[in-house]
Design a protein around this ligand. Structure first.
Ligand code: OAD
Length: 253
């Protein structure tokens, strides 16, 4: 059931200069992309340390590539859901809107969002570990085994352009995400368990700098006790309801 959207939230939104959304795997759950930590989550079946870090890749690049190819296939076959489309609509409603995502699935862009800060990379991109050359999925030199760089004299291992455990976040994205969090009048944390740092610090940065902090999630998380408003439910239902209410208010008000 979609919880009621309080008038105070809609008023704050319609008078806000900067609105920032921070998303996690939960926004893609209704598209059929498994989350990481639910009972059916990715990390219930696979150990992150076996797949999502550089030393695992160097030890067994075949296994890591097999796993990422399987995830690429799932992601290529799913579609953005109503929550992704609502976030794209928010960009049109609020000129000072920033979308920060931990997701690597590219569904925000496919739904039409343009100003996206991808903190953990993007599964549709890849790069050569040796020379840094970028490769889109369509440019990967081979469809099985470990792809290698096709630049003259390189032949380095190609890896997915995603952030693995123990790696730094992309600096420009991270700096911009901190700025957008600190500047937010209203900050939404949507579909994230909020336990992977440094990303999980952003909602608290926003709150410390005076943002009204809203969380959308079917389950309480470690952030819930710090938020100003907890909207308990599915992002694919709550986000479109907020868009509708903001549009109504703009027409009436
Ligand atoms: P998690 O799997 O940790 O959390 C997903 C959250 O989404 C949970 O709190 C769920 O309750 C919530 N959720 C499930 N369905 C939802 C729905 N329909 N609407 C709204 N919320 C829903 O995923 P993340 O928080 O994204 O990092 O995980 C953070 C990072 O940990 C990921 O980016 C990834 C992972 O390891 C890297 O790969 C570096």
């Amino acid at each position: 059931m979609t919880p009621p959207i309080p008038d105070t939230l809609i008023s704050r939104l319609t008078s806000a200069g900067a609105v920032t959304f921070f998303t996690g795997a939960g926004v893609s759950a209704e598209s059929g992309v498994p989350t990481f930590r639910g009972t059916d989550g990715i990390w219930a079946k696979f150990k992150p340390e076996e797949l999502a870090n550089l030393s695992a890749f160097m030890k067994n690049p075949e296994l890591v590539w097999e796993w990422y190819r399987a995830r690429k296939t799932i992601i290529a076959t799913v579609r953005p859901n109503a929550g992704h489309f609502a976030l794209a609509a928010m960009e049109a409603l609020f000129p000072g809107c920033t979308l920060i995502t931990q997701n690597i699935d590219n569904l925000h862009r496919r739904a039409g969002s343009r100003h996206i800060l991808e903190l953990h990379g993007n599964i549709e991109r890849n790069y050569c570990l040796k020379c840094g050359a970028p490769y889109g999925d369509e440019d990967l030199p081979q469809t099985e085994g470990v792809p290698r760089c096709s630049r003259a004299g390189c032949a380095g291992l190609i890896r997915p352009d995603v952030v693995w455990f123990g790696e730094m976040l992309p600096e420009d994205e991270w700096d911009a995400a901190v700025r957008a969090s600190a500047a937010a009048d209203v900050f939404f944390s949507v579909g994230t368990s909020g336990i992977v740092y440094p990303a999980a610090s952003l909602p608290l940065t926003a709150k410390q700098q005076g943002a009204f902090l809203v969380e959308i999630n079917p389950e309480p998380t470690s952030l819930t006790r710090s938020v100003d408003l907890f909207l308990q439910g599915l992002s694919g239902e709550i986000l479109p309801a907020i868009v509708e209410r903001v549009k109504e208010k703009r027409i009436v008000g």
